[in-house]
Ligand binder design. Structure first.
Ligand SMILES: [Cu+2]
Length: 208
């Protein structure tokens, strides 16, 4: 009987110690993990009425909106199916340097056919975006939006709708860059010429 009571009190002590230990752990240890699988691939997109090949994430361009709540742990599983390396930079988010996504400066890129896992706690709230920092991949479509909700939402908070707005043309981005470097108002003039009869005159003056 004494032995039984001794064993029981020992077990009770261990159980209560565990409970105490768990209660003093920082919140990050048992924060909810929010996992996103992002599959980067070359794929068809149609912005202008003509289908061309661009970079898609999970088959769409822009990529999916990633939604977190303050205090979550973001787990980003990024698979690169392209024949070239790729990275994703979490724009505006305060994240550990190793997952910041600037290739060969802070983060090694995901090589062709590989999956990299980036883990970080979203500690800010608001609307952000993510994009590639590799070559002109962002201009090819490798980008998307991030929403981090506050832990406590105010009552009657209106519903947010994320709008991602950007320039797009069907040219290969490296060609666009070359045109801009040669002649910076190139696209402005090109657009103006299509719009009004008066403006090409202006454009001509600008070109001269
Ligand atoms: Cu950025």
């Amino acid at each position: 009987m004494t032995l039984f009571l001794h064993k029981f009190s020992n077990s009770l002590f261990i159980f209560l110690s565990c409970l105490f230990f768990i209660s003093i752990l920082p919140a990050e240890i048992y924060a909810k993990e929010v996992i996103y699988h992002l599959n980067i691939a070359k794929g068809p997109v149609n912005v202008t009425g003509e289908t061309i090949e661009a970079i898609t994430i999970n088959g769409q361009m822009s990529g999916p909106t990633l939604v977190f709540t303050e205090g979550d742990t973001a787990v980003m599983k990024v698979t690169n199916t392209m024949p070239v390396p790729a990275t994703i930079h979490w724009h505006g988010l305060l994240v550990p340097n190793a997952v910041d996504g600037v290739p060969y400066v802070t983060t090694l890129p995901a090589l062709p056919g590989k999956t990299e896992i980036y883990r970080f706690p979203p500690i800010q709230t608001g609307t952000y975006w993510y994009h590639s920092h590799f070559g002109l991949q962002e201009q090819y479509g490798l980008k998307g939006t991030i929403v981090i909700k506050p832990k406590k939402m105010k009552e009657n908070t209106p519903k947010d709708i994320v709008l991602s707005i950007g320039d797009w043309n069907n040219e290969v981005p490296s060609h666009s860059l070359r045109s801009l470097k040669r002649n910076s108002p190139y696209f402005t003039l090109k657009k103006i010429k299509c719009r009004a009869s008066l403006v090409p005159l202006k454009a001509k003056v600008l070109v001269i």
